[in-house]
Write a protein that binds this ligand. Sequence first.
Ligand code: GLU
Length: 551
Amino acid sequence: MTNNEKLAQLLFPHISKTPQDYEAIYPPRDLPQGARVTRFAPSPTGFLHIGGLFTALSDVLTARASGGVAYLRIEDTDKKREIDDGVSAIIEGFRAFGITFAEGVTGFGTESGAYGPYTQSHRAEVYQTIAKDLVLRGLAYPCFCSEDDLTALREQQERDGALIKGYFGKYAKCRDLSYEEQERRVQAGESWVLRLRSDGQEDKRIVFEDVIRGKIEMPENITDTVLLKADGIPTYHFAHAVDDHFMRTTHVHRGDEWIASVPLHIALFKACGFRVPKYVHVSPVMKEDNGGKRKLSKRKDPEAAVSYFVESGYPADGVIEYLMTLLNSNFEDWRKANPTADHWTFPFNVKKMSVSGCLFDLAKLSDVCKNTISVMTAEQVLESVLTWSEIYDKELFELLSADKEFALGIFSIDRGTAKPRKDLAKWNEVRDFVTYYYDALYQPVFEADERFSAAEIKTVLTEYLKVYDPADDKDQWFARIKALCEPLGYTPNVKEYKKQPDAFKGHVGDISGMIRRAVTSRANTPDLWAIMQLLGEETVRERITNVINSL
Ligand code: GLU
């Protein structure tokens, strides 16, 4: 037996498989030419970030547009940073926005697909098999350095003024230990990590092609990076190479903070004998701040968390639609040409993603969501509001579900027309939107249009009550208001009023405005006739009478 063979056996006595076994277990995928295999690979260390949703969307769209597969892998190798409900935050986040992966982790403890397990903590044997093979081929070695040793090494590098810091070359104390020493120390129970034996050279550079950014040139990796930690769990870098190879990823979409690690990753793929995948480094989602641009921050910006959009009740389709405008600037043109097409059929192009990072603008998101809600049916709106309010606004949920016909009536007003109203951007605005329909919510505040005196309003409302007839259809209702105009000194013709404003007290819109304010306490509402129909005669009379009495 060679020393390498002895060392591989010493370090990994329990590993009997070989890389070839895994090549057979995870064969190349049977997909059409050009099909891309992408993955979203979050760590369950915090909430799902809007930038994560953005990247995941690029994964799913790429796979769909190319007839490939997008899968979800949970990277839980950093147990210290893991949070309790990290995995459910990810799963729930995607579920809420209708993002589905064809393969991978599907729920807490559940998964689907032939390339699993898709949770890294369940893949120890795969990593260790490749690690054993690297040892066998002299490309990895155990390192026994303690924290103190590593601190001493850093201090030495400071003193030497070393340009590159890290475990490499002459600083790599454990790189050339004899087999006898390695054996003695392992058998004595000393803790060890496994390091790559880098063959990189300081003066050499690597070049790779990032799909978004084009050619990138960087110094080669020279450090003997840790592959397996003392507990046998891989580092992100090693797990990335092993998993993306055996899960047959073609395109690695990930945050651009990983660009700096590409030289190491290329070295790892090469050492393992794997083909390097294509890299798609996604720029962070930005926010405008004081005229400048900065990354959306977990700490400062509530909208950095995907859960913020769920809790506020943004319609899922609206959020996705907006993110798509950020992903590819030609999405909006596509949308104009295909107003009703399913957004998943958009011909997404990774190459058109922003290099500098796109601006996430809550005001634009609201506009998109208003559009989304405006073209929903009343039934869809009610269903979405009920789903949302059941969790986030119980009182509203109870009110709406107590009489669904009535609630449908509210959401039906001015809906389904060529120019639907755009009152709502998110479900937490519904409470305010429906207040005047429910006595439990309604707090009347009559704010007079200041062009009219209290006495004048009183007269108009009193005259109106005399002619108000709930049996009127919309035309009759309006005709009656028009008929009030002349006797009261108003004109039924708005144009005429604009021509000669001094000749009249006001126009027909001013009278209906007074009625609107009296019935709803609002200056603007959807179709007033429809609102009054829904409220019913008793409520309408009572509200107008109360205002008259208060003036
Ligand atoms: N687990 C890594 C992270 O959450 C993912 C990087 C990758 O997608 O490769 O940052």
